[in-house]
Design a protein around this ligand. Structure first.
Ligand SMILES: O=C(O)CCC(=O)C(=O)O
Ligand SMILES: [Fe+2]
Length: 351
């Protein structure tokens, strides 16, 4: 089976991908523009249909037992607008590290063994990522080059209907290492997935208040689209794509290549008219296949709160001119205490 790399979705509400420039309406974007400017791509019908449907049924049946995360803002506890759990694809030792990392930051400790259908899906997705990654070798993390990528776990999210969301964020680099490749499988109802360029004025000094994955993001969760970070505030050069909407139908994979986590933010905004699915109705399940980097997780220093600091990319320190290697970006470690930052940050001086 050869999955087709595609840019189109068939839902009329969510014509996609599209981009919005400063003050302009969304306009369609060509495959060539997308490839040139956006480090993520979409693969439709990635799994054999029967496997995708079986997996969706299994996950929908499992989802009522998943965990609803919480975050605290101004002393008030908020419930995440989705439920989540981890499925382990590798040996138990790797999972233990992953769970430890997440315990502090999101209380997301629910972790279980992947069922057979999920393992089969992961094998197919590993192959797709390796094959498509071959033409992107210079951008990949060194350990992922030469077909080295394979998922060690999948983070599952269940969105009961169009009101459930995930706010604009980047996935955490600490457990994944620099320049991670993340493959995101959509099952069930059709939803829009939005990528927006990150704000280059996010500086290390702001680390306590503008973390891409913690306080700012959680604050934005559940609001209407575009409140978390205006895509027009830091409009790049005229004509450049600032924001892209992918219409994600059942059995569609989005591969977030490097430097998506470093330079872009992603979200699933609220949607009134998303396409229902015959198996799940209004519900959508998402699985992000990730590769744990134990060495990266172990390198993070302790901040003054005594917690493990988190690894972040600085958009202000650019790679040397002429270099396309995203991994040459400046990185820093920062306090990630959502109840009040100690202000700790320092450059990551790893060669
Ligand atoms: O549901 C999705 O498509 C995105 C989920 C996501 O971004 C995450 O789990 O980090
Ligand atoms: Fe994410």
């Amino acid at each position: 089976m050869t999955p087709k790399v595609s840019i189109g979705g068939s839902s009329p509400e969510l014509r996609s991908p599209s981009y919005s420039g400063k003050g302009s309406k969304k306009v369609p974007v060509s495959y060539e523009e997308l490839q040139r400017e956006v480090p993520s791509e979409m693969v439709q019908n990635v799994l054999p249909k029967k496997l995708a449907d079986r997996l969706l049924r299994h996950l929908i049946a499992d989802a009522p037992t998943w965990h609803r995360g919480q975050w605290i803002m101004f002393g008030k506890t908020h419930a995440a607008p989705r439920t989540s759990c981890y499925y382990s694809l590798a040996d138990g030792q790797e999972d233990a590290e992953e769970s430890d990392d997440y315990k502090d930051v999101s209380q997301l400790v629910d972790r279980r063994d992947a069922p057979a259908d999920l393992r089969e899906a992961a094998r197919i997705i590993d192959d797709v990522v390796r094959r498509l990654g071959a033409s992107r070798e210079p951008d990949l993390a060194p350990r992922d080059r030469g077909g080295g990528w394979s998922a060690s776990y999948a983070l599952a999210n269940h969105y009961a209907d169009g009101q459930e969301t995930v706010g604009a964020h980047a996935d955490r680099l600490t457990p994944l290492g620099k320049c991670p490749t993340i493959a995101s499988l959509s099952l069930g109802a059709t939803r829009m997935f939005r990528l927006k360029r990150a704000d280059p004025t996010e500086a290390p000094k702001d680390a306590g208040g503008s973390n891409s994955d913690a306080p700012g993001t959680r604050e934005a969760e559940g609001r209407e689209e575009d409140t978390a970070q205006s895509p027009t505030r830091t409009a790049p050069a005229a004509g450049a794509i600032n924001s892209v909407d992918f219409c994600l139908e059942h059995n569609t994979l989005v591969i977030m290549w490097p430097p998506t986590q470093e330079e872009w933010r992603h979200e699933v905004p609220r949607s009134k008219n998303m396409g229902r699915h015959p198996i799940s109705g209004a519900a959508r399940v998402n699985l992000t296949f990730r590769r744990l980097d134990r060495a990266s997780a172990a390198r993070a220093p302790l901040c003054r709160c005594g917690n493990q600091a988190v690894l972040k990319a600085s958009l202000n320190r650019r790679p040397p001119a002429g270099s396309h290697a995203a991994c040459q970006q400046g990185y820093y470690f920062a306090c990630d205490n959502t109840k009040g930052s100690c202000g700790f940050w320092r450059w990551d001086d790893e060669a």
